[in-house]
Design a protein around this ligand. Structure first.
Ligand SMILES: Nc1ncnc2c1ncn2[C@@H]1O[C@H](COP(=O)(O)OP(=O)(O)OP(=O)(O)O)[C@@H](O)[C@H]1O
Ligand SMILES: [Mg+2]
Length: 276
């Protein structure tokens, strides 16, 4: 569904991504973790087709990103920018959501068999669905919204296109707890419904709670790729990317024998009961 084969990328003469290979099958939920400046956002742009590799190949939803226009790829690959303000460009939340849909639906209109009126109805239906899902007021100006609401508006505009692959660059950074729960509930529902997700995060608790797999990027190289449960317990690997395990895994590692399988609060309670 999303495949990187030995990709390299340079900004000018500076190598930012070096020899990165991985494959996410359909329905995978992977967290992309790494230190500041590791190249995570660059890798996200390469996977979404906004950047093309200097060498190697990225295949997203069956398409070689070098051979397809980013606006066409955006129908299948949704990309949430690290900074939502770089994504928002319309006067109202409703226009923002419709703007993304214009591109997505226009590109398949000729072969879709839908009339212009039916297309307009479909756009309105999808837009209303997103406004309901996020509880957003369509008449408000995106730049008058809080940071969390702007993030939700940017995500609503991406999701309205119903992409099969979602690339999310720090979707919860800067959000309060309630906003974080709202966004992660929506993302995990999409995952249950079959979306393939690559999510960059600095929040190890979010990675541990939601992702199945973890990719560790450091200095532009992929230094780890495995089940999130295994990666979270590998202090040495994590420290090479300046990361710490989630709090519960950290506690389990400190407690040692009898707590090897602890990954969540529920696991911790069970392990403690067994020992008491
Ligand atoms: N447009 C650009 N031109 C030149 N260098 C860039 C550009 N964008 C990023 N870089 C450099 O590429 C490297 C990787 O940046 P990138 O934003 O991909 O890292 P990141 O892992 O997403 O970091 P963060 O965790 O801070 O978001 C950094 O050294 C950064 O300074
Ligand atoms: Mg980044």
């Amino acid at each position: 569904m999303l495949k990187c084969e030995q990709i390299c990328f340079n900004y000018g003469t500076t190598a930012v991504i070096t020899d990165v290979s991985f494959e996410l099958p359909r329905g995978e939920f992977a967290a992309l973790l790494g230190e500041n400046g590791a190249g995570k956002s660059t890798l996200a742009r390469l996977c979404s087709g906004l950047l093309r590799p200097s060498s190697g190949k990225v295949t997203a939803a069956g398409r070689d990103t070098r051979a397809v226009k980013p606006s066409l790829l955006a129908r299948q690959v949704g990309y949430l920018f690290q900074n939502p303000d770089r994504q928002l460009c319309q006067n109202t939340v409703r226009e923002e959501i419709l703007f993304g849909l214009d591109y997505a639906l226009a590109s398949y209109a000729p072969g879709s068999g839908l009339s212009k009126g039916e297309l307009e109805n479909e756009k309105k239906r999808r837009c209303d669905e997103m406004l309901d899902l996020f509880g957003l007021d369509g008449n408000r100006a995106p730049f008058g919204l809080s940071r969390g609401e702007r993030q939700q508006c940017a995500l609503a505009s991406v999701l309205a296109r119903r992409p099969q692959i979602l690339i999310l660059d720090e979707p919860t950074t800067g959000l309060d707890y309630r906003e974080c729960v709202t966004i992660m509930d929506i993302i995990s529902r999409l995952h249950r419904e079959g979306a393939t997700i690559l999510m960059i995060t600095h929040d190890m608790e979010v990675a541990a709670d939601f992702a199945c797999r973890a990719l560790i990027l450091s200095g532009g190289r992929l230094i780890g790729d495995g089940k999130v449960k295994d990666v979270m317990k590998d202090r040495e690997l994590l420290s090479r990317a300046s990361l710490l395990p989630s709090q519960i895994c950290s506690l389990a590692l400190t407690l040692g024998p009898g707590f090897e399988d602890v990954f969540s609060v529920e696991d911790m309670v069970r392990a403690a009961e067994v020992r008491s």
